[in-house]
Structure formats: structure tokens, C-alpha cells
Design a protein around this ligand. Structure first.
Ligand SMILES: O=C1O[C@H](COP(=O)(O)O)[C@@H](O)[C@H](O)[C@H]1O
Length: 317
């Protein structure tokens, strides 16, 4: 699959607002077909029932809505069950937004999230989802070429996008020919044009772009996108897209959406599996005694935030 590039110069700007959401642009990007090394962390627990502590009951798939908040936690015995649920959740939201607004704007993260999306590229969703209405974005990207093993674009392409028929012109990769600052500015400009064309909605509450769904992951340190604990970028209030040059997780240079944009999404899905993230999950969901505020703790959504957890990730709750 070739993708759109978000280089400002490649955007065909229209003086009138265009609402033909299925129109695509000619891609300038090469087809990438290199294999990516698997990054998904292997899970080794057995599928047995455990007694989850309150407020989430013990069941193979337990769901709880946090009192007074539009935040839900869904817990599953296995990572496989998380993947099955995530596929249905995403397909249902796709159908809802395609019906309501004729398009579905989806933001991907990198990392283990991509493997968790694998069921969406299988039956029945492969044939039932209206992929022609999908517009795909990245919540963060590493400043590397798109065929580099560290590229979030390449990870998504190899693991998901190459398996479903999304029009290439509706896959908005971050420009890999620019500096970190240049690519962040360029991507923000790209988003602004798509907001103007009403491909991306606008939040009436915040005025920031309102993506339909962000599919997010969290690192063991509680970072999400490329917003790391204690980093000043976590507090960015104005920019839509920014860059980091001192990421504690390699590679050091990255582009990332800011919290105002992430938290303006209609739906945010935080997908976390594996025991290595149990402590951060506990802190992020406010059940830890640690006073440290993790970026994942700051996550919200305009309509609904759902945490999808397997038993290992939820083990400290
Ligand atoms: O570096 C990154 O890490 C996070 C978390 O990755 P995971 O492999 O621990 O799930 C990811 O969400 C982000 O997009 C990526 O750039």
C-alpha cells in the first residue's frame, strides 16, 4: 500500500469546503514491503478465571463504568480475548460514524496495539467493514524513514493496513523527509486542511480536531503516544502536533499529538496487555498510592474512554 504524505505541498487545497470524503489523492510514497520484526510481547499466562477485585467482577470479560465518568474498563482473561473484543468495538464504531458522518477517522499508535488489531483484518470484519470510508492517522511517529524497523507507519502497514482495502490516499503518514520540527508542523497543517474539508470533525467543546476513534497503547512507564512521564510536552496546551528530541525510549526524535487533541477524540481506546504494565495500569486508573501523575492518567475522551486490559495488565487493580 502506498499512502498519502502529509507534506503541505502535496495537499490539493480547495477554496470551497469539500465534503467528498471518499476522494483520494495520488500518493508519492513508495510501496513498502519489508518485514518488520515482531514487537508484540509474548503472554504466557493460562486462560483461567481469577477473582478480580472490586469494582470489576470476576468474569472472562468484565466491564465496569467509572462512577460519574465517561470511562470504562473492560477486562479479559487473555490477550486473544482483548483482540477479539477490540475488533468488534472498532467495527461497531466504524459503522456508527460512517452512518452518521460518511467517514471514519481513526488514529493509530505504534507498539503492541497493532498486533492487538489483527482480528479486525480477519472474517467477518474484513468483508463487512466499509474500509472505503476510513481515514487513518498516527498519534505518534518516530523520525525515521518509513521503511525503517522503528517506523510506526511500517509497523501498521505490515501488521494491519496492508491486509485491508483502505484507499491509500486516506492513509495520512507523517512525512519522513522532514526534520522533527518540520514534520510536526507539516502534519498539523495537513490536519487543519482535513478539518476545513470536514473530513476530521471539530470539537464544539475544545475547538480542537475531534477524531472519531484513537486506538492507543501505553508503555510500562505510563507514556502514551510520545508523551512521557515528567516531560514538558505533556503540558502543551496550544499545538495540535509537536515533536520531542529527547525521548527516553529510543529513537529519541519523534512527532506526537498533544493532549488537547488526544482528549478531544470522540472515543479513545487504551489497549494494554502484559504483566509488565500492571503497575502503570494501577497508577493510571487511580488505584495506586503513588503520587506521580503518569501521562496515561491524563487520558480522557469527549464521548467515551475505554481501557481494554488482559488479566496480566489488570493484575494490580
Ligand atoms: O514508543 C511507543 O510506545 C507506545 C507503547 O508501546 P507498547 O509496545 O508498549 O505498546 C506506543 O503506543 C507508541 O505509539 C510508540 O511510539
Amino acid at each position: 500500500m502506498a499512502s498519502s504524505t502529509c507534506a503541505t505541498t502535496s495537499l490539493s487545497l480547495s477554496s470551497s469546503l469539500r465534503t467528498n470524503l471518499s476522494s483520494s489523492r495520488t500518493s508519492r510514497m513508495p510501496l513498502i514491503s519489508l518485514r518488520v520484526s515482531p514487537i508484540f510481547e509474548a503472554l504466557s499466562f493460562k486462560s483461567v478465571r481469577t477473582n478480580f477485585k472490586n469494582p470489576i467482577s470476576a468474569s472472562a470479560s468484565a466491564s465496569a463504568r467509572m462512577a460519574g465518568q465517561n470511562k470504562k474498563i473492560e477486562k479479559f482473561e487473555t490477550e486473544e480475548e482483548v483482540a477479539v473484543r477490540l475488533a468488534k468495538y472498532t467495527a461497531d464504531l466504524s459503522a456508527k460514524f460512517v452512518k452518521e458522518r460518511g467517514a471514519f477517522t481513526v488514529v493509530l499508535s505504534g507498539g503492541s496495539l497493532i498486533d492487538a488489531l489483527r482480528k479486525l483484518a480477519e472474517a467477518p470484519y474484513k468483508d463487512s467493514v466499509d474500509w472505503s470510508k476510513w481515514h487513518v492517522f498516527w498519534v505518534d511517529e518516530r523520525v525515521v524513514k518509513r521503511d525503517h524497523v522503528d517506523s510506526n507507519y511500517k509497523l501498521a502497514l505490515d501488521g494491519f493496513l496492508s491486509k485491508v482495502p483502505i484507499p491509500p490516499g486516506q492513509v495520512y503518514a507523517i512525512n519522513d523527509a522532514l526534520s522533527a520540527e518540520g514534520a510536526a508542523d507539516d502534519y498539523e497543517t495537513c490536519l487543519k486542511h482535513l478539518v476545513q474539508r470536514n473530513v476530521i470533525a471539530t470539537s464544539k467543546t475544545t475547538g480542537f480536531p475531534k477524531f472519531d476513534l484513537m486506538l492507543l497503547g501505553m508503555g510500562p512507564d505510563g507514556h502514551l503516544a510520545s508523551l512521557f512521564p515528567g516531560h514538558p510536552l505533556v503540558n502543551e496546551k496550544n499545538k495540535w502536533v509537536t515533536c520531542i528530541k529527547d525521548s527516553p525510549k529510543p529513537p529519541p526524535e519523534r512527532i506526537t499529538f498533544t493532549f488537547p487533541v488526544i482528549n478531544s477524540a470522540a472515543y479513545n481506546a487504551m489497549v494494554v496487555t502484559g504483566e509488565g504494565k500492571a503497575s502503570a495500569v494501577c497508577t493510571a486508573l487511580g488505584k495506586s498510592r503513588h503520587s506521580e501523575t503518569l501521562p496515561a492518567q491524563l487520558l480522557s475522551a469527549e464521548d467515551e474512554l475505554t481501557w481494554f486490559l488482559d488479566k496480566s495488565a489488570a493484575s494490580n487493580l
